[in-house]
Design a protein around this ligand. Structure first.
Ligand code: FEO
Length: 397
């Protein structure tokens, strides 16, 4: 069912209430998601983006119930990833000659995904498409978050179709940001930014500054996941500027895995030390084997510093910590401090290994870390608390 957004601009997407994992199993979507597609009716009719592959046929059938598909003059593919282009094979089967507007990288990606010789019209920043009373203006947005990504801006109604940027994996019965729980909305928007856009911080800032310099009025930001920013759409733009600039809150996150609870015990004592030295700092603890990794990444994103612990096993570290370290390497955090800890029986290499991995991931490692042999004694627990107290100064908090 199409839903009116503004002046003959309609949402025609799919809400995926069931989705719990995205990008294979890589990203947790505890609140589902949506694949937003938009239909613009004017003298000419344009369809902006489609939906994920499993919903392709349903999407096209829904669309055909709303409009004679032959009346679609243009398809706009802001991004070729399959969650937005997945209905194209079915749609183009029914309207094979309709031009698809996308970047040159977009055409390359779509060809790579679907191996079809569709009628591509490649565009660059500043190119216009006249729909009658309004125009679509295209703005390339490479690495927000793929090389092919672009924005489309509808004049007169002042709508930015931003694709993945400004999105959230958030299924809701409501279309607009002012209709949903604000804590949930911003938690999902931040998790999305932390896990998907952190590696591209510099490019995010540059693109937003370029967009703002165009001084285009902005009434709506319509992303391709989650709700539409209608109430003060500039607020999410401001958030992106904050988040892209070595963002942190007054928080330290302790992440650990444990075999026989020794490393867990040290984690808790370091937390006590941190809190006693800096009561205003939020100190959070997560067992990486029991906590969703994307949620941990969101907490790391908010942190001034992280303290990471693992017992030593086979001269290395437990796999849940190793996996998280690989995730953090890819994200490339900047401006955050780090320390390490762990229990050991015989050789105790874990802290050194974690330190190397944190350093490789862009953290500033402040010392050699804290180690405790065997089950922590009362003395070791006190020492761990002292270590935590001393970290506050090392973290410049
Ligand atoms: Fe890059 Fe929502 O896909």
């Amino acid at each position: 069912m199409k839903r009116l957004i503004k002046n003959e601009v309609y949402w025609v997407g799919i809400t995926d209430w069931e989705l719990r994992k995205f990008h294979g199993d890589e990203y947790s979507t505890d609140r589902g998601s949506s694949y937003n597609s938009y239909l613009i009716r004017d003298e000419k009719t344009a369809l902006v983006d489609t939906v994920w592959v499993p919903f392709g046929e349903k999407f096209v059938d829904n669309l055909a119930a709303e409009i004679d598909l032959k009346k679609i003059d243009y398809v706009i593919a802001n991004h070729a990833e399959v969650d937005h282009s997945g209905a194209l094979p079915e749609l183009m089967r029914r309207i094979p000659d309709v031009p698809i507007y996308c970047t040159s990288n977009g055409a390359r990606c779509l060809s790579g995904h679907y191996h079809q010789d569709w009628n591509y019209h490649t565009v660059r920043t500043g190119d216009h498409l006249n729909l009658g009373s309004r125009e679509l203006v295209f703005i390339e947005a490479p690495m927000l978050h793929w090389p092919d990504s672009m924005f489309s801006y509808l004049t007169e109604d002042n709508i930015l179709f931003s694709n993945d940027a400004f999105g959230q994996h958030y299924a809701t019965e409501f279309l607009f940001n002012d209709k949903v729980d604000q804590c949930e909305l911003f938690a999902e928007a931040l998790k999305y930014y932390a896990n998907i856009l952190t590696p591209f911080n510099r490019l995010v800032r540059k693109k937003i500054e370029e967009f703002l310099s165009l001084e285009l009025p902005l009434d709506l930001i319509c992303p391709s996941h989650g709700v539409i920013w209608r109430d003060n759409p500039g607020q999410i733009v401001e958030k992106y500027l904050e988040w892209s600039n070595e963002y942190c809150e007054n928080q330290i996150t302790i992440i650990y895995d444990t075999m026989w609870n020794g490393t867990k015990c040290i984690a808790e004592n370091i937390a006590e030390g941190l809190t006693s030295a800096a009561p205003a700092v939020a100190v959070k603890l997560y067992n990486s084997a029991k906590t969703d990794k994307n949620d941990i990444v969101a907490e790391v994103f908010k942190s001034k510093a992280v303290v990471v612990g693992s017992p030593t096993i086979n001269k290395g570290i437990l796999t849940s910590i190793a996996g998280l370290m690989e995730e953090m390497r890819g994200l490339g955090f900047r401006g955050k401090k780090a320390a390490m800890f762990g229990c050991y029986g015989w050789s105790g290499e874990a802290t050194k290994r974690i330190g190397e991995l944190l350093d490789r991931s862009g953290f500033t490692v402040v010392d050699e870390g804290f180690k405790a042999q065997w089950t922590p004694t009362d003395q070791a627990k006190d020492d761990a608390a002292d270590y935590g107290r001393n970290l506050i100064a090392q973290f410049d908090i």
